[in-house]
Design a protein around this ligand. Structure first.
Ligand code: SF4
Ligand code: SF4
Length: 97
């Protein structure tokens, strides 16, 4: 494969073939995963606001689950979830469970 010089490549910073992020299922990197306990959810949507991978599924303004194709298991949603009366609606467990 021959590499192009800097005068031959397109302007830097341009994404020429969007949406590549949808094709890249980053959930395969995960070693931990969040589990949703709906009975403790107050639908505050903090998890949706904080998830860096847009992996929280919302339907009709309510939290409905996690898109494991893209969730990387960072645990931010679990950390931010207030839950109901101190009982979190999200729990981080090892991927194999
Ligand atoms: S673990 Fe991280 S990537 Fe997965 S849903 Fe929670 S915040 Fe998003
Ligand atoms: S942060 Fe917790 S309580 Fe709030 S919507 Fe998400 S799962 Fe439900």
């Amino acid at each position: 494969m021959s590499l192009k010089g800097y005068k031959e490549i397109p302007d830097a910073g341009l994404i020429l073939n969007a949406p590549t992020s949808i094709q890249n299922k980053t959930g395969s990197w995960r070693s931990m995963k969040p589990i949703f306990h709906e009975e403790n959810c107050i639908n505050c949507l903090f998890c949706w606001w904080y998830c860096p991978d847009s992996a929280i599924i919302i339907e009709d303004g309510k939290m409905k689950g996690i898109n494991y194709d893209y969730c990387k298991g960072c645990g931010i949603c679990v950390h931010e979830c207030p839950g109901k009366k101190g009982n979190k609606a999200l729990e981080l467990v090892p991927e194999k469970e």
